[in-house]
Design a protein around this ligand. Sequence first.
Ligand code: F6R
Length: 243
Amino acid sequence: MKLIIEKDYKGISKRAAKEILKIINNKENSILGLATGSSPIGLYEELIKLNKENVVDFSKVTTINLDEYIGISSNHPQSYRYFMNNTLFNHINIDKKNTYVPNGNAEDMKVECIGYDKNIRDLGGIDVQLLGIGGNGHIAFNEPDEELILGTHVTGLTESTIKANSRFFDSVDEVPKNAITMGLGEIMKAKSIILIASGEGKAEAIAKLFSGKITTKSPATLLAVHNDVTVIIDEQAASLLNK
Ligand code: F6R
């Protein structure tokens, strides 16, 4: 894993944008795996700026998001589809037909999960998967557990994730308890992976990521066996490394 330590969140956003730019400029019909949450907001702002300056063209790019809540509509301001439209897609020259977010309101979630993975395969696989990381080491909504699921699946959120995500809702009771998420198998099949993390709350998970061990109790540690991972973090998230 390649580790890049930037001074702060702005540094992470700029650096990650540069890495994604390289991929799109190398292959105009790139398949980007995208994430939601606080971590990528600055990066998305950078990409919007670069698009407006004509430095990057999204017209042939396809995006595939990691996850979506179950039980809130795609128009809900906290749904990940809404977040992606609002934070990125509405501001760049991407064709929304080429943006995929799992449907958390599908009639048959099993069919939705199988179809989501098939779509990734049919598109030829993900060129670069962007990831944030939970304080407990989760990636997408693959939470610490005895076993991790390879394919896209429905999962319950842990108490710690519900609590962490309650900052976006009026109260903790409004946070959905279930989500649909890409599994570790699909994530690990991405040709390259960029993980970004900022702040002290991520320091423990980052220290585990570089501990030289893998464990399903901290799902991000599995990334250590992928051969093209770039981890871009700030000094605070790096504060427990080598300790
Ligand atoms: C979001 C996702 C989550 C977040 C993680 C970190 O699509 O899959 O795994 O990346 O919870 O969230 P933030 O960036 O809000 O700290």
